[in-house]
Design a protein around this ligand. Structure first.
Ligand code: MRU
Length: 351
């Protein structure tokens, strides 16, 4: 599959000492790359949505952890382990809803201890080097697998489409939200490449405008038209990404997704949720157990406005996500195939 972008949204430098991200808060006006070299910079980039989207957050955190271990100057394996765990626990709480973050960091921890176990008789200098290399390789593998998963998911999602179809998407589940291609937008790029000329409706996602700023930016890059409206029968499919899939098939995604799903049900438009298995959380029985992130008031009242748009001191409730019940979802598209929400509990997760 060809990417419409000359860069990936998250990258680890060749020497493993810098995490390079495209600052998504500056889009669409500026394509500015940030070179992050501390745990605090990674944490800040994630919490302030400079890097966002469930898979991209996980990849950025894994790269961040490898980068910090590579930069930490020590001759003591014990000190390295302490620093590794400090950074891991610190990044773990940078955002609460997208399970890819915890999944990627837990995977890095398993890699640390599996590598350490094989080094019991090695001298400390050598052991430190091997652990650094192995964490760097693991973080790169997380990204490489994500790229591959997106390609496979894109093929499955593409198989449902037809030439000239209209698709509504919510938030941004494209190239920016992963590292390459996208989940919900991947099939749309594939359709464009295959000459289907899809019509894409990216609805607005307030307060951070991921739809208008990011998805519209991506679609413009790919030469795809963006518009709006469902009731006029211009939409054949709703394709959305997600941040966590619970064992009963409920999903958490950008606030407003549930409203779109209710509308889609009313107008008999099938809604598909796109999720690599790294977004599936079988430890979460249902959507009720998913922690929904609450974001700061200024994002609603002030951000993106030249003057405040709400009375001073007003109380603000700003949840970043909502839960779409399994009953509103036609299928969950994973790298293992298109699955009925109720069947998700039987899925075998990759590592
Ligand atoms: O708050 P955000 O912008 O990180 O929210 C992102 C979403 O809700 C996406 O739809 C989701 O992470 C899927 S990304 C492939």
């Amino acid at each position: 599959m060809k990417s419409f972008f000359p860069y990936d949204s998250v990258e680890l430098s060749a020497n493993g000492r810098e995490v390079v991200i495209l600052d998504q808060t500056q889009l669409p006006n500026q394509e500015r790359f940030l070179h992050l070299i501390t745990a605090e910079q990674i944490f800040y980039a994630i919490t302030r949505l400079k890097v966002r989207g469930a898979p991209a957050i996980g990849i950025a955190a894994a790269f961040g952890l490898a980068m910090c271990v590579n930069r930490y100057r020590t001759r003591s394996l014990q000190a390295l382990e302490k620093e590794f765990l400090r950074v891991k626990h610190y990044l773990y709480i940078s955002r609460p809803t997208a399970v890819n973050l915890m999944w990627a960091l837990d995977r890095m921890e398993r890699c640390f201890y599996a590598t350490k176990l094989g080094l019991e008789n090695a001298d400390e200098k050598h052991a430190i080097e091997v652990i650094r290399n192995s964490l760097t390789a693991e973080a790169r593998a997380i990204k490489a697998e994500d790229v591959r998963m997106c390609e496979v998911i894109s093929e499955y999602g593409f198989s449902l489409l037809h030439p000239g179809c209209g698709i509504l998407t919510h938030c941004n589940a494209g190239h920016l939200a992963v590292s390459r291609f996208g989940t919900a937008l991947g099939p749309i790029y594939q359709a464009q490449q295959q000459g289907y000329s899809p019509r894409v409706f990216c609805d607005e996602t307030r307060p951070l405008l991921q739809g208008a700023r990011l998805t519209a930016y991506e679609l413009t890059k790919a030469g795809i038209m963006a518009a709006t409206l469902m009731a006029q029968r211009k939409i054949d499919f709703v394709y959305v990404g997600c941040d966590r899939v619970a064992a009963n098939g409920d999903v958490a995604n950008k606030i407003g997704t549930c409203g779109v799903a209710i509308l889609a049900k009313y107008y008999k438009v099938p809604l598909y949720v796109f999720a690599p298995t790294s977004t599936v959380d079988l430890d979460c029985a249902s959507g009720d157990e998913i922690v929904i992130e609450e974001r700061p008031a200024f994002e609603v009242t002030d951000m993106y406005y030249s003057k405040p748009m709400a009375p001073k001191g007003i109380k603000v409730y700003n949840p970043a996500f909502d839960i779409t019940p399994a009953s509103l979802i036609a299928g969950i598209v994973t790298e293992k195939g298109i699955i009925k929400p109720r069947e998700i509990k039987n899925i075998k997760k990759n590592r």
